[in-house]
Design a protein around this ligand. Structure first.
Ligand SMILES: Cc1ncc(COP(=O)(O)O)c(C=O)c1O
Length: 429
């Protein structure tokens, strides 16, 4: 198959010709002004939004981009010869190219728009999995996966009589690589792992995992839901076969997400869903499927969502992905230090490579109570099992409280969280 490639220049990726970062230092006060919701109050207190791993807030650029679609050029895509349809199609396809550049994919044809990460996993489990996984085969995941990267594989295994294998994690929340390697066997048909754990913040060594799997001819799916908002991601450097993320966690709209797949792998896959746009021709006898990526985009897509996602990609790229990562690392270090000093607080997940997420439990207080008291202080955190019940089981807790950071958070907000936690302790003493 001939690929149309859109080569990505170093400058577009925020680097000079030698690959050095050209990104500017981070101005969080200015950045905060781009997010209207951050000026809001909750229970008459300034909002402190620390639930970014669940969903991130949207900059004005994204809100405006979506609104403009509906006000100025809304029509269905890929169908009309009229102006509006052509303009909407151009914008929709331009977003695909933006995502291609964000992930450094070799071609825009490798970028499939989905509803989110969950749909991307289901797509690959159904289309790739049904074709390649049979009775007695194995699918390998890790012990820190989100339910979205467990259940679709479990369903596939049940249907096919295959076996789900799970690489264990250690007490710090790191995947035990030698165990993962041991679990990769002749029957392994696919490895599916998170890039960053939503429950613990662990960054997985994806390149190494891909090397180990590819050495045995096994393809790798990477769940990048928590990574794309936080780290520069280069799918060619990682070498993975599939990579997925959700728009809403990456400062874009909800209901839109991305599946990256290597062109030859996607081309060889059967479709996921049937319907309009994924076909070249239909008769009652036979349907000829469209080329990638359209083969995997049946029906009218989330047009404004995809365009809004393009605006989010532009926004993050302008801030600089290295700058975002460096700033969030500072916040995490600050938060880890401050929270560690709260009496009775235990941080769950202490991996050496970590980003964005601080999960913790407080002696004698249920996480839901922690979350409720903090809410009255205007502080939004997540409490519960974070759609990662096996992780909770591994650490012997029913739930945790989780503060997760974005580049618009500040040290002052972490200080507010710490004050709130002291208040929780006083109330439950
Ligand atoms: C690591 C991880 N994978 C998958 C998902 C599912 O994402 P979505 O609900 O956007 O499909 C999440 C959401 O929290 C996540 O954190």
């Amino acid at each position: 198959m001939t690929l149309t490639t859109n080569p990505v220049s170093p400058r577009e990726r925020g680097a000079d010709e030698k690959g050095r970062s050209t990104e500017r230092p981070f101005d969080v006060d200015r950045v905060r002004q781009d997010f209207p919701i951050l000026a809001t109050t909750v229970h008459d207190k300034p909002l402190v939004y620390l639930d970014n791993a669940a969903s991130a807030q949207k900059p004005r650029a994204v809100i405006d981009a979506e609104r403009r679609v509906y006000e100025e050029c809304y029509a269905n895509v890929h169908r009309g010869v009229h102006q509006l349809s052509m303009r909407a199609t151009d914008l929709y396809e331009a977003s695909r190219v933006k995502v291609q550049k964000l992930l450094n994919a070799a071609s825009h044809k490798e970028i499939v728009f989905t509803r989110g990460t969950t749909e991307a996993v289901n797509l690959v489990a159904a289309a790739y999995g049904r074709k390649h996984v049979g009775a007695g085969d194995e699918v390998l995941i890790t012990g820190l996966e989100h339910h979205s990267n467990i259940v679709p594989w479990q369903m596939l295994c049940e249907e096919k009589g295959a076996r789900l294998r799970v690489a264990p994690i250690d007490d710090a929340g790191e995947v035990v690589l030698p165990e993962l390697e041991k679990l990769l066997g002749d029957r392994t048909r696919i490895v599916s792992v998170a890039h960053v754990s939503n429950a613990l913040g662990t960054i997985l060594p994806i390149r190494r995992i891909v090397e180990i799997a590819h050495a045995r001819g096994v393809p790798v799916f990477v769940d990048g839901a928590q990574a794309v908002p936080r780290l520069p991601v280069d799918v060619q450097a990682l070498g993975c076969d599939f990579y997925a993320f959700s728009g809403h966690k990456a400062y874009g709209p909800s209901g839109i997400g991305v599946l990256y797949g290597r062109a030859e792998v996607l081309s060889a896959m059967p479709p996921f869903q049937g319907g309009g746009d994924m076909i070249l021709s239909v008769t009652f006898e036979k349907t000829v499927y469209n080329d990638i990526p359209y083969k995997f985009e049946a029906g009218t897509p989330h047009i404004a969502g995809a365009i809004g996602l393009g605006a989010a990609v532009d926004y993050m790229t302008t801030l600089g992905l290295d700058a975002i990562h460096a700033y969030e690392d500072q916040l995490l270090a600050y938060g880890t230090e401050k929270l560690s000093r709260v009496p009775g607080l235990r941080i769950i997940g202490t991996a050496r490579e970590k980003t964005g997420v601080l999960s913790f439990v407080l002696d004698g207080v249920h996480p839901h109570d922690v979350g409720t008291v903090l809410d009255y202080e205007g502080i939004a955190i997540r409490t519960g099992h974070h759609c990662a019940q096996p992780v909770m089981e591994r650490f012997g807790v029913p739930a945790t409280a989780r503060a997760s950071f974005a580049f618009y958070n500040t040290r002052d907000e972490i200080d507010a969280l710490v004050r709130g936690l002291h208040r929780v302790r006083e109330m439950f003493a």
